[in-house]
Design a protein around this ligand. Sequence first.
Ligand code: 5GP
Length: 344
Amino acid sequence: DAFCRELPKVELHAHLNGSLSRDTMLELKRFHVDIGVPDKTNAFFDEFQIGSGDMRKLADCFQVFSIAHTLTNTPQALEMATNLTLQEFQDDGCCYLELRTTPRDTPHMTKASYIETVIQTIQKSSLHLTMIARLIVSINRSTPDKEVEEITDLAINCYKNYPDVVVGIEVSGDPTIGCFQSYIPALQKARAAGLKVSLHCGEVCNPQEVLDMLNFKPDRIGHGTCIHPRFGGTDETWTKLCELKIPVEVCLTSNVNTKSTPDYESHHFKYLTESEIPVIICTDDKGVFSTSLSQEYRICAETFNLSTSKLARLALNACQYIFADDIRKTLNDKLLNFINKNSL
Ligand code: 5GP
């Protein structure tokens, strides 16, 4: 436990509104009461958190984010949520975080002011945090085509104005909605502008879409659950991933709690590492799944019988796949120092 917390870790798959802890939500609720907003979110913790025995499946999970969204719809609350979440990742021993979030219009913010608020909060965090944070702009699959273009242009603009914060773009949201092909022009434009791309890939059984995504050659993919034939993929999808070796952001507890994977033991982590596909241990939504990055490392070690040295190397390897090229070496050195100091 202590080792997993002390190990400097790299988090590359964390959705802001899914990462709000119970403490952060309580603080936000208090803030809303303070500013006179009526509290319409009774019993929201029970609804927001999805534990291992929960009957809800992946498809039902997308509704829970609207609970968090009610608490982050003003610039002040969004800034508070971002700050508290960054602090929690740092307290858990995270040395580098790529936070992701979907720009959205609220009664108090436009998509542009939403994303500006998060960017400026991240920028200011460098004054009081040792953890380095960057931002990935999310596109939700439920977004109409016209807005996909708007978000992509916004991401490109923010990347130009804040190259020290914005590093990538990603596609998430309910995987049964929309079609990946329709995002390709927007993603190509973002990529041409210099943004890195990550895709939620293979969360549900859809081998054709998995192939289309892999053929796009994203810099990383999220989950990658239904790519191996054992989990609803095909020989072709698995062979393609093995050939391309695209790094996979692995979210163990998220996959187990949403029933995307039957249990930790049969998680595809095993198949990925056996085939030398790079893996990065991540949390996905630490608030929704009541987890932390150090807990995910601990679960991984316990389930797959990994030594502390192996765990440290998992963290070290993750440094290679961060989107901020300019700090890869600094992070790498930090991890190597930790490994040497602890004779791992
Ligand atoms: P936000 O982007 O509002 O900060 O974070 C919540 C959003 O992240 C959700 O509305 C959803 O679009 C996305 N998200 C969070 N967890 C998952 C996940 O496990 N799978 C997918 N596909 N999307 C997710």
